[in-house]
Design a binder for this molecule. Sequence first.
Ligand code: R5P
Length: 227
Amino acid sequence: MLDQTQLKHNAAQAAIQYIQPLLGPDVVLGVGTGSTVDLFIDALEAHKALFRGAASSSERSAVRLRARGITVFDLNEVSAMPVYVDGADEIDAQLNMIKGGGGALTREKIVASVAGQFVCIVDESKLVAGLGRFPLPVEVIPMAREAVARRLTELGGRPVLRDGFVTDNGCQILDVAGLRIPDPADLEARVNNIPGVVCCGLFALDGADVALISTQDGVRRIDRQPA
Ligand SMILES: O=C[C@H](O)[C@H](O)[C@H](O)COP(=O)(O)O
């Protein structure tokens, strides 16, 4: 029986295999944030001669990348990247996700938007029939926090401030339990439209293109189906 760390490790290794044909001397990879991505970064070190560097979705991952000898580029220096690799807190079979358990959701969405494809690496505990058990992280501008919280309550949620946490963008996170999410893209648009919201952790308008889901029986791949 593999434990969760071993499952995450296998997902990270599967991502290394997946990206290998995409590597080249000019290639900058998009690298996400979290404990699964930490293992991906560690595995990436052995291949660092085969690509130019990485653009990262957090200071945490940037520090780890540099410690492994991988050059980290400011996203403003990067006009294209073939692939972005990141974890998720929940993912459904349509490859909609909830992300932001580590608070990096906004930069994750930005870096992913530059990439040709989003490869999501998770262990099987993250695969759900419907999103919403994991409280939705919402990054807010601090002066708008209470106004945003009231609007999220009107949407049926129970927002709770992530106490003492400041994002890489100097903002705060509301974790919103209780939301019903029958249509993830619709809710993503609605939450992102609330004044004072920087970004919410739903990734449905642009979900993952490929999921590598690590199970006790091996890594299962799901490709996004055309709409
Ligand atoms: O902000 C954090 C990210 O969205 C992570 O990708 C997500 O929380 C999953 O992290 P982990 O791999 O540690 O479960």
